[in-house]
Design a binder for this molecule. Structure first.
Ligand code: LCS
Length: 394
């Protein structure tokens, strides 16, 4: 569309990145093909030389995937985006694109478990060093930077501790030291937080979560602030074969259209659920950026357009009580993942973050009793009634 710059967020969700289809299709067609025919040898050579924008091969690029990349780049205010097969493919691509043997990365301790796991296993094997710390402590971030530090990788809010890092300040520190500032924006989605506006160089998502939002697809995407960054990341994705499939792209294009109404509704529910939990006599603590008791409540108000739909909490009875709760919910599904239309509950210490050492989990604030609650878009009274009946069994 010509006038994209003037459109609001909701209109961009529907029209952003859409080009007029020659046959008038209202949706982006699925180009379910592995390869594309060239008109002649010279045209093929021009495509490979980058002198023509014709498509070559779906691992390198595909019109359905390109439409999604354009859409998300617009929403995140980046130069361009690179879709990947999963959120973890996005993480691997980013590491591979920017890090080399001898480099060092500083990152959030309560980052999504496997993002830290592959750094501390595979990338360490290739000589990449890492320091994980609470990136909401800016002095600690400054102190951790070494002459060989290349990347500051922030997740905010964190999975599952709901800690918030000051993106503007963290990105400024990164740039003072010549580091690339990478932000995992999965928990907020571009509807609630746009890190590039706050200084990030590279943003990524597990689109498995809010962006697709229907628990039927695993997918990821990386958004680059500049053309130079885009051209650094894209070949790493293509070379490692981390590409998305056209059908997957179509599903996400379908899901993203309702991002704003889904997140707004789930958030409305979450605000009430967090309040309910905080008042419940069997609950020890609740961590939700929309509660005044959250240690970074003011920062969340400043850098996010809303507190989102993820809550973590612990019961007074610790892990034992948490297990009774998780085994007795009926509406909420006991399952990992988040950001879908349905309410999910899970136990990070034995599930999403079970591969972390106990020591690292404790340092990152992931206690054994921590329960993570991903609020869906069901009726609020049903979500609360479900928690109520399960809590009554403790
Ligand atoms: N970043 C964050 C913040 C995530 O929560 C996840 C997945 C990823 C990256 C990786 O994305 P994926 O490859 O799964 O698309 N988080 C999950 C979770 O909390 N439960 O199940 C998966």
């Amino acid at each position: 569309m010509e006038h994209e710059k003037e459109l609001g967020f909701n209109s961009l969700l529907i029209h952003g990145g859409m080009s007029a289809d020659p046959l008038g299709s209202a949706t982006v067609p699925i180009y379910q093909t592995s390869t594309f025919a060239f008109a002649n040898v010279d045209e093929g050579a021009r495509c490979f030389a980058g002198e023509s924008d014709g498509y070559i091969y779906t691992r390198i690029g595909n019109p359905t995937i390109a439409a999604l990349e354009k859409q998300i780049a617009i929403l995140e205010k980046g130069f361009g985006a690179i879709a990947t097969s999963s959120g973890m493919a996005a993480v691997s691509t980013i590491y591979m694109a920017f890090l080399k043997s001898g480099d060092h990365i500083v990152s959030t301790d309560a980052v999504y478990g496997p993002a830290r796991g592959i750094m501390e296993s595979y990338f360490r094997k290739f000589g990449v060093e890492s320091t994980y710390l609470n990136t909401s402590d800016l002095d600690a971030v400054r102190r951790a930077i070494r002459p060989n530090t290349r990347m500051l990788y922030i997740e905010t809010p964190t999975n599952p501790t709901m800690e918030i890092s000051d993106l503007e300040a963290c990105c400024a520190i990164a740039h003072e030291h010549g580091l690339v500032a990478v932000v995992d924006n999965t928990f907020s989605s571009p509807y609630l937080q746009r890190p590039i506006e706050l200084g990030a160089d590279v943003v990524f998502h597990s689109m498995t979560k809010f962006i697709n939002g229907h628990a039927d697809i695993v997918a990821g995407i990386i958004i680059a602030k500049t053309e130079e960054l885009y051209l650094t990341i894209r070949p790493a994705m293509v070379g490692m074969g981390c590409n998305m499939d056209p059908h997957q792209a179509y599903m996400v294009l379908r899901g993203v259209k309702t991002l704003a109404i889904r997140v707004a509704r789930a958030q409305e529910n979450a605000i009430q659920v967090a309040d309910y939990l905080e008042r419940h006599p069997k609950v020890a603590w609740v961590k939700y950026p929309g509660l005044k008791s959250h240690p970074q409540y003011a920062l969340a108000q400043k850098q996010m357009d809303g507190p989102g739909a993820m809550i973590s909490f612990e019961l007074k009875g610790g892990l034992g009580a948490g297990k009774v709760l998780m085994d007795n919910v009926r509406l909420a599904m006991l399952a990992v993942s988040l950001g879908g239309i349905e309410t999910l509950i899970q136990h990070p210490a034995s599930m999403t973050h079970s591969k972390m050492s106990r020591e690292n989990r404790e340092k990152a604030g992931i206690s054994d009793g921590l329960v993570r609650f991903a609020v869906g878009i069901e009726d609020l009274q049903d979500i609360i009634a479900d928690l109520d009946q399960a809590l009554a069994r403790i």
